[in-house]
Every structure is written in C-alpha cells, then in structure tokens.
Design a protein around this ligand. Structure first.
Ligand code: HEM
Length: 215
C-alpha cells in the first residue's frame, strides 16, 4: 500500500474513531486518536524502511479474530478474595509482522486518574497444523509466564505451564493463571483471568470486554 492510500485509510480510521469516541465514554475523548496516531507512526516506520505491509502468516489464521487495537468498553472489573473490587481501563494491541505468531500488549490504566497500572506484552504462537496455542508474557510486576491451551473457533483458553519472577517481586506470588479470550456475538473481545496465589486457591481476578477501534 502506498503512503497516500495509508493516509486515506487512517483518515477513514480517524472518522470511524471519532464516531466511536461518542460512545466510548470511559476513555478520554482523544485517546483513540492518540492510539491510531501511534499506529500510523508504526506504519510510517515500515514505509521508511522500504517494507511492504506484511501478509498474515497462514499458521496464525485461526487467531486472526484477535487482531486489532481494542479499548475496554465498559471498564474492566477486578476481583479477588483479598482485594476490594476495582475497575480499570485497558488498551490492547494485537498485531503481526508476517511471522507465524501474534504480538500483543495489554496496558491498563486507573479509570479516574488514568495512571498506568498493570502492563504486559508478549507473543501468541500456534503449533502448525494444530489448534495448540502458547501464550508467552512478560509483566511489569516482574512476572514472566508461559501459558498453553487451545483455540476453538473464536475462543482461546490457556493456562500456565511455567511462571517465574524477579527475586524482589511483591507477595503474595501468583502460582497458577488461566485465561479465556472470546469474540462475542457483538464483535467485542472478552478476557477473563483467574489465578491462584500462595494464599488463595484459583479464583477470578479480571473480567473485561473490549471494543475494536481499528478497521
Ligand atoms: C495475568 C495478569 C495478572 C496477574 C498474574 C496478576 C496478579 C496479581 C496478584 C498476585 C495480586 C496480589 C493479590 C493479593 O494481594 O492477594 C494482584 C493484585 C492486584 N492486581 Fe493483578 N494481576 C494481573 C493483572 C492485573 C490487571 C490487568 C490489573 C488492572 C489494573 C490488575 C490490578 C490489580 C490490583 C489493583 C491489585 C491490588 C493492588 C496490588 O497488589 O497492586 N491486575 N494481582
């Protein structure tokens, strides 16, 4: 795609984003514009390096429903037996560069102050010719983890195989994690996370629904 076509595409994205902003009441009005401008920056760098936009690797086609930039709508809800229930905003980017894997980042924010909270990034890999999935994540809390599971249609369920952490990570430590992602009938992405810690058995920690803000 040439630069002008990309600009036209991003122009359209901005228009649809503005239409969405009216309904995305929990994020600041300019949030989606900033998100899309950042993405524009990424595309321009590829263009500057003389690279063609990558084609989706067929290996990851079963996960293509996850691709895009997503904003929480409504805010996510956090729970755990040891915690007061809380809400959070989250911006998610799930992308690819043509390799047989997806790249992701999940960045959460306080709903009122917009102070950054939990952040994680990593990769989602599919074992070729199977529905077996590996989810590899590094978190700003000092935890790194590998989860494995299966994609079935537009639902991905993974649970932790290994969890490691920095020596001075805050306690209590997470011992097990399970996640479910699904695309619901309204085209929204949902994520549910449960965990067991050194003090609590497996219990739900997060539930969040995201609206797609990229075309
Ligand atoms: C897989 C991802 C995550 C893991 C493994 C994780 C793990 C934990 C653990 C082990 C605790 C301590 C629980 C306790 O004190 O009993 C905790 C607390 C907390 N988590 Fe998460 N968490 C994750 C994602 C998130 C996200 C996305 C948010 C969104 C803002 C969040 C917000 C919080 C808050 C506000 C607390 C309580 C205060 C604190 O300890 O910092 N967590 N989490």
């Amino acid at each position: 795609m040439d630069y002008n076509s990309q600009n036209a595409l991003f122009g359209l994205a901005f228009i649809s984003c503005n239409a969405l902003t009216a309904r995305c009441t929990h994020f600041p009005g300019n949030w989606q514009k900033i998100t899309l401008r950042n993405l524009d920056g990424v595309y321009r760098s590829s263009e500057n390096l003389g690279m063609e936009p990558p084609k989706l690797n067929p290996v990851v086609e079963p996960l293509s429903w996850m691709l895009g930039t997503w904003l929480s709508e409504p805010p996510g809800v956090g729970t755990f037996p040891t915690l007061q229930p809380f809400q959070y905003l989250e911006e998610v980017h799930i992308s690819h560069v043509g390799q047989p894997m997806l790249n992701f980042s999940f960045n959460s924010f306080h709903p009122e102050t917009h102070k950054p909270m939990h952040r994680e990034c990593g990769f989602i890999r599919l074992k070729p010719d199977t529905n077996k999935v590996a989810f590899v994540s590094a978190q700003n809390t000092g935890v790194v983890e590998v989860e494995e599971g299966e994609v079935n249609g537009q639902e991905l369920c993974v649970s932790s195989h290994s969890i490691s952490r920095i020596s001075f990570a805050k306690e209590p430590h997470v011992q097990q994690i399970t996640r479910k992602f699904r695309l619901n009938s309204e085209g929204k992405l949902e994520q549910t996370v449960s965990m067991a810690t050194t003090t609590q058995p497996m219990t739900q920690h997060l539930h969040i629904t995201y609206k797609k803000v990229t075309p």
